[in-house]
Design a protein. Structure first.
Length: 478
């Protein structure tokens, strides 16, 4: 790269040669001057030429040297020597140097803060118990933490993952499949948490490991033309939780619950059998009324205990997904006609009426008929338990947006206070404990209903009946 001095040197030298040439042609050739005079002129002009070059060299040094130092500041930034000071006799150069020093010191401190924040963030993310993956909308990796590197990435891959495609780095097939479906909006089998459906959470199983994965779409506003041209307006963030320990504890608890329930069934069945035998023998004996009342209490409580055990076994099976699930196309009208016969014994003691409101064009429902039957029986039993005599229980079914049907079970009982509307789906929760025990409830019916709705990828909630009572509403996919 040619310097300023070199360029000016070439220009002055050429100009000097041109002057000499013209002087020679215009004077010596025409015999206006003698050769000795020309030599004298040449020596004087050459001395002047050398003096000019010297001045040029000094002047260019005054300009070029501080500019070169300033350029070195930028080349070595942020590791430049902050103690070097430049003193230039040219005011503009000195001002440029002073401004450059202030600018570099300011942005050096900014850079140090950013590096510190980046280091802290990396340390934080790498020491999380959760895995973090950040991708752009084209599937390029922007960030992954140590959790992901240790569990889901190839062992021989380089440490620099940036700008690589996710399938070049991640080896777990289940995670690859989920990322592909999310990027390209394919169908995903979601799991659900709480009472509301969470469409950003799903699970994968890797050998003996269980993971819950939550993803977020982060929308960006392009702040320069390059990002606009790249059309990068969205990032996808994955948070992966290792749920293996929770699953194992849950499985142990469910195994214990099932084993204990099965062990309890035998003695309770024996107690019930002995009690029924004694009741048959002494029921018509008026001399043993108190004895009969005790036997009836034993029978009533053993039957209730048996129902609780059966419900506990069922909800445990539903939660562990070990309960057989066999969905099929169900004709809703035929299903509800058969249901009326099953709940007749529940409605008869209070002379309750079951009323259906179903449009003619209602489509078939893809569901497990046994689980659906259990769901309806629990909800109708719950409505009957809190209804007064000669009331009506209404079941309304209609099609709603999103390829779903809405099932509403309406009663005219005392209703449910707002603060309990979410808690009623918890195990063994009762608003009125004394009344529930008197009516024979187990406290597990609505929990079972919620699990059945979840298995069918639906959603259940309760609201007030304007005419008094409650309305349980279930949304199920068709």
């Amino acid at each position: 790269m040619k310097t300023i001095f070199f360029r000016l040197f070439i220009i002055i030298t050429l100009f000097y040669i041109l002057i000499l040439f013209l002087f020679y042609v215009l004077t010596i050739k025409k015999n206006l001057l003698y050769l000795e005079d020309f030599i004298f002129f040449f020596i004087i002009s050459f001395l002047f030429y050398l003096f000019t070059i010297y001045l040029l060299y000094r002047t260019s040094n005054y300009i070029v040297k501080p500019i070169t130092l300033i350029l070195n500041y930028f080349k070595k930034f942020p590791k430049y020597d902050k103690n070097i000071e430049i003193s230039s006799k040219i005011i503009e150069i000195q001002l440029l140097h002073n401004f450059t020093q202030k600018f570099l010191k300011k942005y050096s401190s900014y850079l140090e803060e950013l590096n510190l924040e980046k280091s802290l963030l990396n340390s934080l993310l790498n020491n999380l118990k959760e895995g973090v993956i950040c991708l752009d909308q084209n599937g390029k990796i922007l960030y992954i933490n140590q959790f992901i590197k240790n569990r889901f990435c190839y062992d021989n891959i380089k440490t620099d993952f940036k700008e690589k495609n996710y399938f070049e780095v991640i080896k777990n097939p289940a995670l690859l499949d989920l990322i592909y479906k999310i990027l390209y909006k394919k169908n995903i089998q979601y799991i659900f948490s709480g009472l509301k459906q969470d469409k950003n959470v799903f699970e994968i199983i890797d050998k003996d490991k269980f993971y819950h994965i939550r993803f977020y779409e982060i929308h960006l506003e392009p702040f320069n033309e390059e990002l606009q041209k790249m059309n990068q307006d969205k990032l996808i963030l994955f948070i992966i939780n290792d749920m293996t320990e929770e699953y194992n504890i849950k499985r142990m608890r469910e195994d214990f619950l099932q084993n204990a329930s099965h062990e309890l069934k035998t003695p309770i069945t024996s107690i019930r059998g002995y009690t029924e035998t004694l009741l048959d023998r002494f029921y018509n004996n008026h001399q043993n009324k108190i004895f009969v009342q005790f036997l009836e209490g034993i029978l009533r409580n053993s039957e209730r205990m048996e129902r609780i055990i059966n419900d506990m076994v069922m909800i445990s099976s539903l939660e562990s997904k070990s309960y057989p699930f066999h969905p099929t196309e169900i004709n809703i009208n035929e299903f509800l006609d058969n249901l009326r016969l099953l709940v007749e014994g529940i409605l008869k003691p209070k002379n309750l009426c079951l009323q259906y409101k179903i449009p003619d064009n209602i489509p078939t429902l893809y569901a497990d008929p046994l689980l659906l039957e259990h769901m309806f029986i629990n909800l109708i039993s719950n409505a009957a338990r809190y209804s007064t005599e000669n009331q009506t229980i209404e079941i309304q079914i209609e099609r709603i947006n999103g390829g779903k049907i809405s099932i509403s079970i309406k009663d005219y009982g005392p209703g449910i206070p707002d603060e309990y509307k979410n808690k009623i789906f918890e195990r063994f929760f009762r608003i009125d404990k004394d009344r529930s025990r008197k009516e024979g409830g187990t406290g597990l019916g609505l929990s079972i209903v919620r699990q059945i709705v979840r298995i069918h990828q639906g959603h259940i909630f309760v609201k007030d009946n304007p005419e008094g009572g409650s309305i349980f509403i279930i949304h199920l996919p068709i």
